[in-house]
Design a protein around this ligand. Sequence first.
Ligand code: OSB
Ligand code: MG
Length: 359
Amino acid sequence: TDIRTVQLRRVRLPLVHEFQTSSHAKRFLEHILVTLTADDGSTGWGEIASPSGPFYSAETVESCWAVARDHLAPLVLKGSAFKIRGNQFARAGFDMAVWDLQSRAAGQSLAAALGGTRTSVEAGVSLGIEPTIDALLEQVAQRVGEGYRRVKLKIAPGWDVEPVRAVRAAFPTVALHVDANGVYTPGDLDIMKELDGFGLLMIEQPYAPRALAALADLQQRLSTPVCLDESIEELDDLDTALRLGSGRVLNIKVSRMGGLTAAVRAHDLAQEHGIPVWCGGMHEFGIGRAANVALSALPGFTLPSDVSGSDKYYARDVTTEPIVSVDGLVEVPTGPGLGYEPDLEFISAHTNDSLELHR
Ligand code: OSB
Ligand code: MG
């Protein structure tokens, strides 16, 4: 059915714990919620989970807002495909809302609509850079205590080998992986080789996004799998990476790929090449988090995903029920669509700006 209304809401939530990556620190996150209403009154929700500034990709909340308002909303109201270049985060919010609307209308769960087969998914946690190694060890202890069995550590020059050594020593059996968000260069090979000795599950995005050839050289020199994140924004990037051997593992993010449609295609291509995948996160609110859970139900998602419970990030989420992880597992909902309902009152109370466009 045709879409008659698009609503955009800028929603700001406080984080329960400040998150520091190689580029910046944050205490609040502002994401854009997309609501589509069809002629028959059915609705679908999506989330645009861009960081505030162009730290992870070129997109920002402002760029997403402008592209959503001026390009994507008019396209969806005309019933046209989202044929625009780049702007994956913005596109992902609309693509997600269409999937939610269609699967909801069909009375099918989003996971089933995408081809998911799992009834629960293994969740890991992603831990930012902490002020001290002791503070990091405390974070790991808390998360392991909550039942998470895989821990990812953000690393950056000056915060790499020592924190990893300390966590490995204190938690010898936890599945551990590191994420550099692209801040190292081939000149840092010695650090990579040291990290190679810790039995890590993977080293995520050690070099810059476009460094696919250098990443292939690195993968040849390491026994630890290199995982690609920022490098893969398009299916063609994945094709190039597969041909070069730039990594042995793929992080699939709905936001980074421009939506669930592209994420499923990336999963299929990786599976054809025997590349294990997992679902990365962007600190999503409940809408985007529910989409990540549904995607993680696909058969190729054989590694733990960054789909920790809502409570790791938010005291209260935008959905009436939070996403919950028990013993490191998150249930895949069986109800229609995303399987979680938006909490309209809570969302309104945290909306900074909103916009409604009609056909
Ligand atoms: O590289 O995976 C990343 C958050 C913001 C920007 C980049 C990344 C991340 C995460 C978040 O690691 C993980 C999560 O959402 O749980
Ligand atoms: Mg990453």
